[in-house]
Design a protein around this ligand. Structure first.
Ligand code: ATP
Length: 583
């Protein structure tokens, strides 16, 4: 129960509702206890009439009174049972809602590192499936727990007062039932975990197959994928069948044990009646009803144990993530103003998960308003530089300074708000094109969106779609070409109108003419802004105030287009290669 302590704050939050729920549960059970003793009274009234102790009209009067009490108690018990579910199950839904929000907020606060280390499927599973298991503890387990305790606390003494020997024999099979159900629940729990794991594997497999359908078709490997799926499905069938088998035992076993308890009551009760130890057959009827009332709660004890164990395991998985601290923390609460001077001072950076040192003692300066292009072979560390400016990671050693102040001394939100980043693989949401661009500035008007789309040279493409700016993108809508996606992503960054632009190879899928046009527009827009452009093309770099060439995490060349073109080296070679390619 150590892990489930995390929920105590929610129980405290809803303590009043919970208290009402507990009281209602107790009242509902007490009303349900009235019926058996009045069934006994009714049978006794009939016995008395048969023995001529009371007249027919007296018997009728008594029976009518008892029936009214039984019906009234049943109605009240039903009403309070309804209220019980309304309160306690509702509380579990509130707690589920709160916990989901807490986990989601925490996920969002965690740094990029966290997302690199954990699989998306796992994150989704913990926020949905695991929270669902925890809810079973916060609602049904508590409700049935209180119900069982109340029944036992009231019923067992009552039975012993009425007929002690009969009570002892009646209750005898119940602990056996509870232990058996517990054992079965344990097996059910184990097998259903396996089924869950299988479902998770199956959904990952199908999701990847559908996402990569174009590759599968291009390589014509549908038969192989089908065979793999069939193999998986066969395993899944075996797992599900083994669960179904053990599930099938649950109810028959319960019915068998209730039957045995009933036989005990009839046999022992009958003998006691014959010997004169109990005064009426009504007592036997009353006890049969008690046995049936007790069976479900007793069975539930085993089930509850299994629910609590599952919830504990799920909460442990949730807590693992909740305890993780963001590796990049906001240390300055006051907003800070960013002008756009950037300086790297002997920066070394190693990715924690792969231990790859992407940057090795990098130093350079960019003045506010300048444009710097970063070129180099793939994997040389270009994107890493941009990530460090946006403080998606903290440096391993050295310093990144913004406006002369270490980046950690800036308010993280102010820093990120003053950056317009266009990543290498532009991500667009399943929404309209307009909303995808508006992402950069919630309050932008349609005209402002059109203006930035024009600057990103994507306006004509958008106008070409039937629904223009209202065209839905992604899974529910059309798929943009790589170049169109990049330009929508550029428009989004332009709309933000930030102090610093970070363009990560975002013109790679655009033809050179359009690239030229976009670069000219960007030049006008970013005149007073600091701009870092990562690229593989000299055309994107040649007009920059400074060009930095990276190789294996180190700066090997630095200067303007003219300067670098005058010396032998990577840049001149690249320029000549690309020039001849163009010709
Ligand atoms: N999130 C990450 N986790 C671990 N290693 C990473 C991560 N991102 C990049 N790397 C590694 O760091 C090195 C530098 O990567 P980076 O993406 O900065 O290179 P790049 O110059 O931008 O490459 P490209 O031109 O192909 O985009 C590479 O060896 C890469 O494998």
């Amino acid at each position: 129960m150590k892990e489930l302590k995390h929920l105590n704050k929610y129980f405290k939050k809803y303590w009043f509702k919970l208290l009402i729920g507990v009281l209602i549960t107790i009242i509902a059970r007490i009303f349900s206890l009235i019926m058996p003793s009045y069934v006994n009274n009714s049978i006794q009234a009939v016995e008395e009439f048969m023995a001529n102790t009371i007249s027919l009209s007296e018997a009728k009067g008594m029976l009518l009174q008892y029936i009214l009490i039984i019906v009234g108690a049943a109605l009240l018990s039903a009403l309070f049972t309804f209220l019980m579910r309304q309160t306690i199950i509702n509380i579990s839904r509130y707690i589920e809602y709160d916990l989901k929000n807490e986990v989601f907020d925490h996920y969002q606060s965690l740094s990029l590192n966290f997302y690199k280390k954990n699989r998306i499927g796992d994150l989704m599973n913990r926020i949905s499936e695991d929270i669902n298991q925890v809810r079973m503890y916060a609602g049904p387990a508590i409700m049935y727990g209180i119900q069982t305790l109340t029944l036992f606390a009231c019923l067992v003494p009552l039975m012993f007062i009425k007929a002690p020997t009969l009570a002892a024999y009646t209750l005898l099979p119940l602990p056996i039932l509870s232990v058996l159900i517990y054992q079965i629940s344990k097996v059910i729990h184990k097998r259903s975990t396996k089924v869950q794991e299988f479902l998770s594997t199956l959904s990952t497999f199908t999701q990847e197959s559908f996402s990569g359908i174009s590759v599968i078709k291009a390589y014509s490997i549908e038969p192989r994928i089908n065979a793999e799926l069939r193999e998986l499905a066969t395993q899944g069938k075996a797992t599900s069948m083994s669960l179904a088998k053990v599930n099938a035992w649950f109810f028959p076993l319960m019915i068998l044990l209730i039957g045995i308890s009933n036989i005990f009551v009839v046999y022992i009760g009958g003998r006691q009646y014959i010997n004169g130890d109990i005064e009426s057959i009504g007592v036997i009827a009353e006890f049969i009803l008690y046995v049936n009332m007790l069976t479900w709660p007793v069975a539930i004890v085993g089930w509850l144990t299994s629910i609590i164990q599952t919830a504990e395991a799920s909460q442990k998985r949730i807590n693992e993530f909740l305890m993780q601290e963001p590796s990049v923390k906001n240390e300055v609460l006051q907003p800070t103003v960013i002008h756009g001077d950037i300086e790297f001072k002997n920066v070394t950076f190693t990715y924690e998960d792969t231990d790859i040192t992407a940057l090795k003692g990098i130093s350079f300066k960019v003045k506010a308003g300048q444009t710097v292009a970063i070129l180099g072979k793939t994997g040389s560390g270009k994107s890493t530089i941009l990530d460090l400016v946006a403080r998606l990671y903290d440096v391993t050693s050295g310093e990144v300074l913004i406006d002369g102040i270490p980046v950690q001394k800036h308010n993280l939100n102010s820093l990120r708000n003053s950056i317009g980043a266009v990543p290498q693989d532009a991500f667009l949401f399943s929404d309209t094109i307009e909303n995808n661009i508006r992402f950069g500035n919630e309050n932008a008007t349609h005209d402002e969106i059109v203006a930035v789309a024009k600057k990103a040279v994507v306006h004509k493409n958008i106008e070409g779609f039937a629904k223009k700016y209202n065209t839905i993108l992604g899974e529910r809508g059309i798929t943009l070409s790589g170049g169109q996606k990049q330009r929508v992503s550029i428009a989004r960054a332009l709309l933000k109108n930030p102090q610093i632009y970070l363009f990560d190879d975002c013109l790679s899928a655009v033809d050179t003419e359009t690239e030229e046009e976009i670069l000219n527009n960007l030049k006008k827009v970013s005149e007073s802004k600091t701009t870092l452009i990562v690229s593989h093309r000299v055309s994107s770099a040649k007009n920059a105030d400074k060009i930095i060439i990276l190789d294996n995490g180190k700066i090997i060349q630095e200067g303007t287009h003219q300067e670098l073109n005058n010396v032998e080296g990577y840049y001149k070679e690249l320029y000549l290669n690309q020039l001849s390619g163009k010709e």
